[in-house]
Design a binder for this molecule. Structure first.
Ligand code: NAD
Ligand code: TDX
Length: 332
């Protein structure tokens, strides 16, 4: 049985990926996770102990990383500081985890000649105009806007350099905005859903015209596993499900799902440097590797996500008040 080391497996996308592996494959998984504020051990608690093991630790810890990588057949690297707003108030940890952490992993996979997959974001390409007919492709120039996206861009460049200079067996994926179960309530969709469950109006940054290209976390997981099993070493694959929606469209639809006036939302302070639009052209992944998303209808996926948050109040409620208190300090 293949042994997969998943960094950041106690976070949102990482835990959905681990669940995907348990469901769809017979691999054994070791999760390496620092258990930051963004993580939750509960996200993995119901998984079988003979398939999934959690090691609590930091990806910048060279000795720990070396020992774990030495026993793995493949490393799938999700661990990161992931929230743009936090990167504006405290960028240092983004440099440390996203850049130094990726460097530490790359050196370990180089030493032990272990296959590596790097999970990245479409934000490395900057943003698009609302009416730009072109979407991001694997050839789009890097142009990150925030400390978060700059740190992810830097980590992508390290991976590319380690492939070229040291022949590390790595692939990279850059995915669009994920939604689905187990996402921290600081992020846009779970924040609005949990505000609505608590009887408060959704909170939109600025005018709400910003567009994000939504993909269900399950589809991100299936794409990453397809790239690991069938992708070409050294290649980058963009992952997206043609899910472009403005923030206003999302908020209006959520209001409808809660039987409210679609236009009953609060406009709050905008994000500094707020990217206007992301949009992914995933032709390479679809034509070369035959991947297709399963959750093609965003509104259906959103409705299922609302149901999930209604049914998992015990999971998100302990961190909700503190998250809102932090937002209040920032005027969001
Ligand atoms: P998340 O914040 O929910 O989870 C990140 C996980 O990494 C947490 O469990 C955290 O404890 C862990 N972690 C953080 N620092 C660590 C460290 N130093 N050592 C070990 N573990 C550490 O993030 P997410 O939304 O699940 O994103 C996962 C990955 O996917 C990230 O690399 C992110 O850049 C990328 N990505 C996210 C999205 C999105 O929409 N959320 C889209 C594209 C790409
Ligand atoms: O309360 C809110 N109101 C609001 O209008 C919040 C929290 C966000 N927003 C807006 C900002 C963005 O335009 O919603 C959009 C989405 O915001 P986030 O959930 O913070 O995501 P984003 O900044 O787009 O980044 C996400 O997708 C790419 C992830 O957090 C990144 O990790 C990933 O790389």
């Amino acid at each position: 049985m293949t042994h997969v080391l998943v960094t950041g497996g106690a976070g949102f996308i990482g835990c959905n990926f681990v669940r995907h592996l348990v469901r769809e494959t017979d691999v054994r998984v070791t999760v390496l996770d620092k258990l930051t504020y963004a993580s939750s051990e509960a996200s993995l608690a119901d998984l079988p102990a003979d398939r999934v093991r959690l090691v609590v630790g930091d990806i910048v810890d060279e000795g720990l990383v070396d020992g774990l990588v030495a026993t793995a057949d493949v490393v799938v690297h999700f661990a990161a500081e992931s929230h743009n707003d936090n990167s504006l108030t405290g960028p240092r940890i983004f440099v440390q985890t996203n850049i130094v952490g990726t460097f530490t992993l790359l050196e370990a996979v180089r030493r032990h000649d272990v296959r590596f997959h790097h999970v990245s974001t479409d934000e490395v390409y900057g943003d698009l105009e609302l009416d730009d007919p072109d979407r991001f492709t694997e050839h789009t120039a890097y142009n990150p806007s925030s400390p978060y996206s700059a740190s992810k861009a830097a980590s992508d460049h390290l991976v590319r350099a380690w492939v070229r200079s040291f022949k590390v067996r790595a692939t990279i994926s850059n995915c669009s905005n994920n939604y689905g179960p187990w996402q921290h309530v600081e992020k846009f969709i779970p924040r609005q859903i949990t505000e609505l469950i608590e009887g408060r109006a959704p909170r939109v940054y600025g005018a709400g015209a910003n567009v994000r290209d939504w993909i269900h976390a399950d589809d991100h997981s299936s794409a990453v596993w397809r790239i690991i099993t069938a992708g070409r070493i050294g290649e980058t694959y963009l992952i997206g499900a043609d899910g472009e929606q403005s923030n206003l469209e999302v908020v209006r639809h959520l209001n409808v799902l809660f039987d409210r006036d679609p236009d009953d939302f609060v406009q709050v302070a905008d994000r500094a440097g707020h990217d206007l639009r992301y949009a992914i052209n995933s032709t390479r992944l679809r034509s070369e590797l035959g991947w297709r998303p399963r959750h093609e209808n965003f509104h259906d996926g959103l409705a299922r996500t609302v149901t999930w948050y209604r049914e998992h109040e015990d999971w998100w409620r302990p961190v909700k008040a503190a998250t809102e208190a932090t937002y209040a300090q920032k005027g969001h």
